[in-house]
Ligand binder design. Structure first.
Ligand code: SR1
Ligand code: MG
Length: 388
């Protein structure tokens, strides 16, 4: 009989994070310093490094509640293991674009990772108007490889079902269901918006056609089991430099509709278009190229690595078109929820009040347009043509 001893969960502090690492054998006889650097909605993130050195290690620990709301919103610790497992899969499939994992402790919901602090969160870099010449290529490749090799085109039925089992992530899927597909579309307490938007929001809540289309998209989110998704692929989940791109934070990972990851990243790039007055062309190019690189790479992977005899090009083309139709619906929901729902984006919220309201009005209108017209818009080129 094997007895598995579970250690009681304890949130780390800056002091205990150092001893935690040293007990594992890292920086053992060195004087270390630690700071909590987490700026996300859910977790603690510590950087521990020997005094005087630049590079250290990152310890990420899930809290048993949503940090952004407080202890009144309990949240499963299992998400830390989901994130660690997804990151390990990304390391196998697209090692250049995933952080290295050194340790994972399920009981403490802790993951020790390589230190990426020479990189910057993409959302921040974009706000500072930095340029990323390889970004679309890297993101397009990440999307194509992670989604193809975990889809029925690229993995066996048995492995696909294993993925569904391993990434059974009901609590975090519930958060997305509520925050992306439900709450922004009625007068929910979780919403947060400026009074100046009351008329636009009332119109949105009274739009019966919109409600039906959002309900259909929600059903897609719940029932389409197409591939292992990152599940929260916004520009805050990407670390970048001019030459490097690393995808982090897949704690929302689950097997779902491919269009969800495609749509979330594109919506978050669109926020840059809505908030910028200059260098818009760079963003437009990223948005178009992500679609191009994703489609080309997905087709190439299908030609070279398909595990099934689905050997008709017409099928793959039809599927790709379907992924983008779904993605355009997701873009609409993400644009709306990040403007009036619980979790906003700094790209827009950091604008001066009048500019912010003007931008949000445009975002809401465009979001509704995407959701209602996704079947006729069909691709990103057409989508951008619909922008005023
Ligand atoms: C309570 S969590 C709010 C949002 O933060 C995460 O990054 C997800 O996007 C989630 O919807
Ligand atoms: Mg996150």
């Amino acid at each position: 009989v094997t007895v598995i001893e579970r250690k009681e969960y304890r949130p780390l502090t800056e002091a205990t994070a150092i001893t935690y690492l040293q007990k594992l054998g890292y920086f053992k006889n060195e004087l270390c310093e630690c700071i909590e650097i987490g700026d996300g909605n859910l977790n603690l993130v510590f950087k521990v490094k020997p005094v005087g050195s630049e590079k250290g290690l990152i310890i990420k620990q899930a809290l048993p509640y949503a940090k952004v709301v407080g202890e009144s919103w309990p949240l499963t610790l299992k998400r830390a293991t989901i994130e660690s497992n997804a990151t390990k899969i990304y390391n196998e499939l697209i090692p250049l674009h995933a952080p290295k994992i050194l340790e994972h402790d399920e009981d403490q919901a802790v993951t020790v990772m390589e230190d990426l602090s020479h990189l910057q969160i993409l959302r921040k870099g974009f706000i500072e108007k930095k340029s990323y010449p390889f970004l679309a290529e890297h993101i397009g490749e990440f999307l194509a490889k992670s989604l193809f090799f975990t889809s029925d085109f690229g993995t066996s039925p048995a492995k696909k079902k294993e993925l569904e089992y391993l990434f059974n992530n009901p609590d975090l899927c519930d958060i997305t269901e509520n925050l992306v597909y439900t709450d922004p579309f009625f007068n929910s307490e979780t919403n947060s918006f400026e009074e100046d938007l009351t008329d636009e929001i009332q119109e949105l809540w009274n739009d019966a056609d919109l409600q039906i289309e959002v309900a259909k998209l929600k059903l897609d989110f719940l029932s389409k089991k197409e591939a292992l998704l990152h599940g929260d692929l916004h520009t805050g989940s990407i670390f970048v430099s001019e030459t490097e791109t690393k995808i982090i934070d897949p704690e929302f990972a689950f097997v779902g509709p491919i269009g969800f990851d495609l749509g979330q990243i594109q919506a978050n790039l669109l926020f840059q278009l809505f908030s910028r007055t200059e260098l818009k062309d760079e963003i437009i190019e990223h948005i178009l190229n992500i679609e191009k690189v994703f489609n080309e790479t997905f087709i190439q992977l299908w030609e070279e690595h398909s595990v099934r005899p689905f050997n008709q090009k017409a099928l793959i083309n039809e599927k790709l078109e379907g992924y983008w139709v779904d993605a355009i619906g997701v873009i609409g929901c993400e644009l709306i929820r990040r403007s009036i729902g619980l979790a906003h984006v700094e790209d827009i919220d950091s604008l001066e009040h009048n500019q912010k309201i003007k931008a949000k009005k445009k975002v809401l209108k465009f979001g509704v347009y995407c959701i209602k017209n996704r079947f006729t818009i069909r691709n990103i080129g057409n989508l951008l043509n619909g922008l005023e």
